[in-house]
Design a protein around this ligand. Structure first.
Ligand SMILES: *Cc1c(COP(=O)(O)O)cnc(C)c1O
Length: 468
């Protein structure tokens, strides 16, 4: 790149009432003036952005360059905060937009209209790598020696992999003591992260890690880090690429800490501003009903972006009430088991830009949708099933039309949480089945359990004859 990054990129509060700018070399997670979330801004007039998104296809021919190979950095003019020689990449973002007719049928869409953006194919098995490559790059730019995050599992797996391979910094990850799946925990341990398991849940772990980072000058890699969201914008660039640069009608995404939905909104706002797309798709953010803060606030209490001045008292009283009842997030979809989404305000901006809707789906709807995604040939972890379950609900409500073009984001790989999958399909996994039953999940219409037979050829042939 032929320009000095510091001249074109800066950080600024998302609050319209605060105009203070901070350099790209500053390590901040909230604006010291407004105490609001920070965004990375660009002086687009000085960035050599291609005149058409199609131009990015040229990089397919220069894949030997790791930056052109990366599904994040081959769009680097759209997140131009890092000099090329500082970028930390491990080939993230080799992900796939796949038409999936069996899932279209399940959701109630016409064939050919439903697409799955399979982010489980990332190096650590979830979409988090799109953001972590960007945060790791910034950590390297500012010379951080230690990084940290709180996690329901995937953020720690992702940070641990980047810390492990980059060699520029180490990491410490904070996880709750509850529902982290072994698939995710094993990654943090195996990649050598210092792993601290707090007796508490994700919301507790995040509070602690923010305090630790502030006191110890450790670089924080949760999605309050604005650079993470810059990387996650690329998921939408690849969706557009998969559709021949056409804008779909709907993007449907699970909502946890709301970093992804916030990043998607920012991506589309910028592309529109740059004249690279002519319209913005609608956005549907799907909560689990056991962790439905956004749904309650947005759909029932009327909380809105409101030109950057959302009704703060609505949020405050919601959290006060939650605390008074000692209400804790509770869902089998552990990656979205979050009651205090840190990117709430940015997500409101995304919903505003994308004429968005929010829905909540039950664990039963999530697991059924997950099983259908699996049967359609793509595996995903429970949280990802929320996007398909949400699309189905919006179709039934007539908000999504059968002929709309819909993209559901599959946020994490099936192997992240095999216990949940086997528990759904197999009665033999009695303990898991009991957990489901406790949540009222007994029918499991898409159950596909193992058939147990004696070590006897005649019996095996008899069974095969029955199913074939
Ligand atoms: C982190 C995560 C989510 C939630 O994404 P947010 O950006 O926090 O809303 C959903 N699914 C999976 C698999 C995740 O790892």
């Amino acid at each position: 790149m032929s320009y000095a990054v510091a001249e074109i990129a800066f950080q600024k509060s998302i609050s319209p009432d605060c105009q203070t700018r901070y350099g790209i070399d500053q390590v901040l997670t909230v604006c010291p003036e407004s105490h609001d979330l920070l965004d990375v801004h660009y002086d687009w007039d000085r960035v050599p952005v291609p005149s058409s998104l199609k131009e990015f296809e040229k990089r397919w021919m220069t894949r030997h360059n790791p930056l052109d190979y990366s599904g994040v950095w081959r769009f680097r003019e759209l997140l131009p905060f890092a000099p090329d020689d500082q970028i930390v990449t491990i080939g993230e973002g080799q992900t796939y937009l796949q038409k999936c007719d069996p899932v279209a049928k399940y959701v109630g869409m016409k064939p050919g209209q439903l697409f799955l953006q399979y982010e489980g194919l990332n190096p650590s098995g979830s979409f988090k790598d799109n953001g972590m490559t960007a945060a790791s790059t910034h950590a390297r730019m500012v010379g951080a020696k230690m990084t940290a995050c709180a996690s329901t599992g995937n953020t720690s797996a992702s940070l641990a992999i980047y810390a492990g391979v980059s060699g520029h910094f180490r990491c410490v990850v904070f996880v709750g003591s509850g529902k982290i799946s072994y698939g995710k925990l094993s990654q943090a341990l195996d990649y050598g992260a210092v792993t601290i398991q707090i007796r508490g849940d994700f919301d507790d772990a995040l509070q602690q890690v923010r305090a630790v980072c502030e006191q110890q000058n450790i670089y924080l890699c949760n999605s309050v880090n604005p650079f993470r969201l810059e990387g996650q914008k690329s998921i939408m660039y690849r969706v557009l690429e998969g559709l021949g640069w056409e804008v779909p009608d709907w993007i449907v995404v699970p909502g946890g800490n709301l970093g992804n939905s916030s990043a998607f909104g920012k991506a589309f706002l910028e592309l529109k501003q740059l004249g690279l797309i002519d319209r913005i798709p609608r956005l549907a953010v799907i909560n689990a009903s056991g962790a439905n803060t956004l749904y309650e606030l947005y759909e029932h209490q009327g909380l809105r972006w409101n030109n950057g001045r959302p009704q703060k008292e609505l949020v405050d009283s919601f959290y006060r009430d939650m605390d008074a009842r000692n209400h804790r997030a509770d869902t089998l979809a552990s990656a979205i088991e979050i009651n205090r989404p840190v990117n709430l305000k940015k997500c409101l901006r995304a919903l505003d830009a994308c004429n968005g809707v929010v829905r909540e789906v039950t664990d039963e709807e999530i697991l059924d949708a997950k099983a259908q995604v699996g049967a359609g040939g793509f595996g995903c972890e429970p949280a990802s099933g929320a996007s398909v379950a949400g699309a189905k609900m919006l179709r039934q409500q007539g908000i999504i039309a059968p002929s709309d073009r819909v993209v559901c984001i599959l946020t994490g790989h099936q192997l992240k949480d095999p216990t949940a999958t086997v528990g759904y399909h197999s009665d033999a996994a009695a303990e898991e089945a009991q957990k489901l039953a406790k949540r009222g999940i007994v029918t499991r219409p898409y159950q596909n359990g193992p058939i147990v037979v004696d070590n006897d050829l005649a019996q095996i042939l008899e069974v095969i004859g029955r199913v074939g």
